[in-house]
Design a protein around this ligand. Structure first.
Ligand SMILES: NC(=O)C1=CN([C@@H]2O[C@H](COP(=O)(O)OP(=O)(O)OC[C@H]3O[C@@H](n4cnc5c(N)ncnc54)[C@H](OP(=O)(O)O)[C@@H]3O)[C@@H](O)[C@H]2O)C=CC1
Ligand SMILES: CCCCCCCCCCCCCCCC(=O)[C@@H](N)CO
Length: 334
């Protein structure tokens, strides 16, 4: 290379951190005065997020199925209200159905003269861990509804509405670290959470046509009512593998998600573990920070193969000791 090529290359490399530092001064997104639509807003992370948005001065609509839980959740939101102008409402709909998802959105737009919400937070979802060999066609379809379609149907209705209304809004999906990798017990859940990543990636690209911003969050264990519920069917070995994950409270996840949205991150991880998996699995998805991402990816390069080997050997050991007995007891071989 000639001296001038070297100079140009060095100048170009020096520009990269400079360009990154500009992004630090760009205006943060704020939910104040905006209509935020939160699915799964009656429990766990969705409720914590709805409360946080209320405290930040947003109009908040929460959607879930159980009306009694929604009513209690709305009381919690009322306590976080910042001004009498804020519109806080709940809507009871089953979002794993396409028509009900569109109807829920229609209903929530009514108090706003039919106008689309400014931000859609898709938190609804659930998991029913178990062993794949014990699943059925019905259980696999149902669990896909509860991990993928429960968010995809609202995304479909919301993008149509935002584009028709010219709303330059945002849509935030909730996947899981189990949308980056998977382990025994999550064959009914990870596929839907992986699929959400695919959907978010396609939409991040397409929605640039309309200035609609897409985000997707990848939390680890959240100590929520949903977590208590899933533990009822969770295989012992799955629980054991999960012990490595410290877990967070719904409020901590909501705070971290909000920070990621404010910073304009596409993939939002809520803790170090999530960041390691994110940076190690990123592909061509935008990175969140050149230096930290390189560091997380390096940590993953070293630690993930070691961790996975440990997980694999604990599964093999568990199988030899207990698993066949377990299947026999459940009548699997009958
Ligand atoms: N808990 C965890 O460890 C983790 C959870 N996640 C994901 O984060 C999100 C929140 O989880 P978590 O905080 O545990 O939430 P919870 O399980 O505590 O609450 C789930 C919320 O979604 C609603 N919901 C569930 N199914 C439907 C449906 N078919 N139609 C409408 N609303 C529905 C529930 O209300 P109702 O039942 O009344 O409809 C409730 O409001 C989920 O998408 C979950 O998959 C990701 C990583 C870890
Ligand atoms: C640096 C390398 C160390 C790697 C350690 C990784 C430990 C991860 C354990 C599995 C965590 C599973 C979280 C499940 C969250 C979820 O989505 C379910 N609760 C379903 O709702």
């Amino acid at each position: 290379m000639t001296t001038s090529t070297w100079t140009t290359t060095l100048l170009f490399l020096a520009l990269i951190p400079l360009i990154y530092s500009f992004t630090m001064f760009s205006k943060k997104w704020s939910p104040k005065g905006l209509h935020c639509y939160v699915t799964g807003g009656s429990s766990g992370m969705g409720l914590a997020l709805a409360e946080l948005l209320t405290r930040r001065g947003a109009h908040v609509s929460i959607v879930a199925r159980d009306e009694a839980k929604l009513r209690v959740a709305l009381e919690q939101l009322e306590k976080a209200r910042q001004s009498p102008e804020q519109k806080l409402n709940y809507y009871s709909f089953a979002l794993d159905q396409a028509d009900a998802s569109a109807a829920a959105l229609d209903a929530a737009c009514q108090p706003f003269g039919g106008k689309s919400p400014d931000a859609i937070f898709l938190c609804a979802g659930s998991s029913t861990p178990g062993f794949f060999v014990e699943e059925t066609e019905a259980s696999l379809r149902k669990t896909m509804d509860m991990s993928y379609w429960v968010q995809a149907w609202t995304a479909l209705a919301a993008t149509k509405r935002m584009v028709r209304d010219g709303t330059k809004g945002k849509i935030v999906f909730t996947s899981s670290v189990l949308g980056y990798f998977s382990i025994v017990g999550y064959s009914t859940y990870s596929p839907g959470k992986f699929a959400l990543r695919g959907l978010a990636e396609a939409l991040r690209s397409e929605m640039q046509l309309y200035d609609i911003c897409i985000h997707i969050c990848f939390p680890g264990t959240i100590y929520s009512p949903g977590y208590e519920q899933e533990n009822k069917t969770k295989p012992e070995i799955t629980l054991k593998i999960e012990e490595t994950d410290e877990g967070l409270k719904p409020e901590q996840v909501a705070e971290a998600l909000m920070k990621g949205v404010e910073r304009g991150e596409f993939h939002i991880a809520v803790d170090v573990l999530g960041n390691i998996f994110r940076a190690s699995t990123r592909g061509a998805s935008p990175q969140n920070g050149m230096f930290m991402d390189a560091l997380y990816a390096f940590a993953g390069w070293i630690a993930l193969p070691i961790w996975r080997r440990g997980v694999d050997s604990s599964i093999v050991a568990h199988g030899k000791e207990k698993h066949v007995e377990y299947l026999k007891k459940r009548g699997f071989f009958d």
